[in-house]
Design a protein around this ligand. Sequence first.
Ligand code: ADP
Ligand code: ZN
Length: 759
Amino acid sequence: MTSRQQTLFDTSPAPWELDAAEDQLVASVVFPSGAKEPFDYLVPMALRGGLTVGARVLVPFGRSNRALLAYCVGLADHSKSSHRLKNIKSVVDARSLLSPAMLRMTEWIADHYLCPWGQVLESVLPAGVRSGAGTREATLLSVPTEVAMRMTELKLPPRQHEILRHLAGCRDAITTKELAVAVGCTEGPIRALRQKGFIEERRQRISNLARADTPEEREPALKLNPDQQAALATIDTALESGQHRTLLIHGVTGSGKTEVYIRAIEKVVSFGRQAIVLVPEISLTPQTRQRFRSRFDQVAVLHSHLTDAERHWQWQRIAAGEVQVVVGARSAIFAPTPALGLIVLDEEHESSFKQSTAPRYHARDVALFRARAEDVPLVLGTATPSLESWHRAKTGKYELIDMPRRVMDRPLPEVVTVDLRTQTRGGRGAISRPLRIAMEEALSAGGQVMLLLNRRGFSTHIQCPACGEAVRCADCDVALTHHRENEQAVCHYCDFHGPAPQSCPSCGRDGIRYGGLGTQRLEAEIRAGFPDHVCLRMDTDSMKRRGSHEDALGKFKRGEVDILLGTQMIAKGLDFPNVTLVGVINADVGLHMPDFRAAERTFQLVTQVAGRTGRGPKGGRVIVQTFSPDHPAIQAAVRHDMTMFATAELPHREALQYPPCGSLIRLIIRGPQEAAVKQFAGQLTAGIGHALGDDAAAGKILGPAPAPITKLRGNFRYQAQLHGPNADVLRGAVRQAAADLKPPEGVQWIADVDPLEML
Ligand code: ADP
Ligand code: ZN
């Protein structure tokens, strides 16, 4: 890190280089792929005025000198390299795409997540920005200032006067055609003015999309309750301090956190600064959009359905400082706001803030880096803090803000468990008697019902009663799920679809059994059991079409749907006052996964879905069906009690040095030949073990062993885990081993720093 940083910021040459360095300009460039370290190039005289740090350049590379695209990450008057430097060929971007602060951030990400810097640069800049999507070269007209100042004195035909006045009054530069249309003239008089030097021309890339958002209806600010006032006061103090602080708002579901964010952002905007609000992709529904658009003039909502051109246009607006609030998922943390004032990360416990492909960054940690670098507060909010954030708050690294009550003094819903072990089994379906009675009561009183089942498909396994084989994906070590539509057997990992078998693919016997409960089967059961009520299923299968998520929520909101059932998709952030009952069909679905966060995820999911009810005057209650009613995660969720959960869970983490009580790096080695994968996994693990040395307290490596999912998309998978108190020591060991070892053909390996995915 230090040696690379010098190429960015250290511009003072060593004394013995002064002579040679005279009148040189050296650019340090990073390639998007291939070479990992920065390379130095000379900037020829002709290009000196036009090159800024953070712009891309074309440079000759290798023996053949083929032209490659690269990012200029530093300019200096000398090079540390002893090689003869080549010249940069041309400058690609007229303006810098990455400010010095953003460059430093990308360098930190590369370092922290063990990823090449160039790869980080490529993923920080949206593809539409890199390609200039939705823009075209145009010749733009403007009136030179000297001309504008003595416009009234100019002796000109009236038509030309009118054209000049119009152009001088335009806020943005326009083209000849646009000017002619606006004034209602031909292009002749415009050309005449240009020839006289009264109009200036320049070539520039402009957007095809310069259109305004449809404004939302204004909503009045709510009167804050005492908890909200106290939370806002703490954020205000942080804002006024002009320094970085991280505040964790632990506010129960429905405590009114969003209103607090909005008030804090209003303050930021009144200082002429911008705010970034990060939410899980699933929360980017019209509800969120409308809430921010109705309170701020200039909001950029960055969601995954934007086209490249739209994304580029938003990026330009943000970079120009025209946007007050950027609302988006994970990658919105890279929004190029020129004067950032605040970062808010809502539902901070959500695992979608971590990117599952390289660079495997966590937006919360990137946000923390950025907030520190730009000296602004970071506000994290959730009803169910991740144990990482909880631990940091409890050890004084973050300030904890408690909002233990709901708005309007509404009580948290009562949660009761139904012990599935004591319910009569066999043919009775998914809904226990107590849940059925509660549903009937809620529906007949005009309330709405939400049912959570975190498993999609119809039957979750297909098994032969004769040989006991469960039907598995040919490419993955994963059981196939039966989907009713078109009678398909589907792999939920690689998306393989095949006809559902009638006989056992292994022993050929007929009478194969379809078992296990998925959302499709639940839907069928509800339709049969509640024929007079409208039921809607929400999972990734039923929500494939663009806009279907919004449509479904709209129908539910308008009361056109009585029963909404679905996967975790329905558990998050929704605010529907008429939901008087939430049922959890099986709280144990994720509890026994081979993942050290299984209990934490279960606690979060059950607490969050329970929080969807009791948000209106009618109140609400929750029924949780489970085989493990005494499990600490379920017990704590029943009480909406984060402290209780953390107290039960943290000692386990401590004992095993799992996060947040230690650092973790997960290695995955994969390839189509199991023997080669296993062998390289052994070498890599040994190499890292060697680099770590004998001091087990500094760090240790566990494995290699087959990953819980031993095969995925035709690749065999092995894993190893590095544990230790100091992440830098672990990273150092991985780097050292990686420098000495190259995987054989057909074997790949990845390092996942602070992993969330453990299967
Ligand atoms: P959270 O994000 O904490 O779950 P929200 O911010 O979504 O809670 O607020 C829940 C509901 O309460 C929203 O409908 C919001 O409009 C409403 N609300 C928030 N603050 C107040 C307040 N001070 N008075 C009345 N209603 C409020
Ligand atoms: Zn598969």
